[in-house]
Design a protein around this ligand. Sequence first.
Ligand code: CU
Length: 113
Amino acid sequence: MRRLLMSAAMLGVLLAAGGGCAPPSGPKEIRVTANEKGFEPATLTVEKGRPAILIITRTSDATCATEAIFTETGRRYELPLNEEVRIDVPTDAATTLHYACGMNMYKGEIVVK
Ligand SMILES: [Cu+2]
């Protein structure tokens, strides 16, 4: 019974989160698709000081963009096919963050300003 109640509560949270009206103070979500042309859109802009999450979804097996490596942080993220990969974007300083596939062939950038 307790487990059932927990599940109901969690479902409520999920439904509330899926309402599409995140509070203005919440992190800004920006989305990139890794498709047959590479990372699209290749350039995104976020507001300095507002937490941002980059969500990359790889939708194609036709390229080598199966991972994203961030130049500035050195962090590497696997991009499983058709799975959303959520990446915290540091927005404390005005800068441009770059990422690319493992061969530095397909590239994307996030402008913080
Ligand atoms: Cu590559």
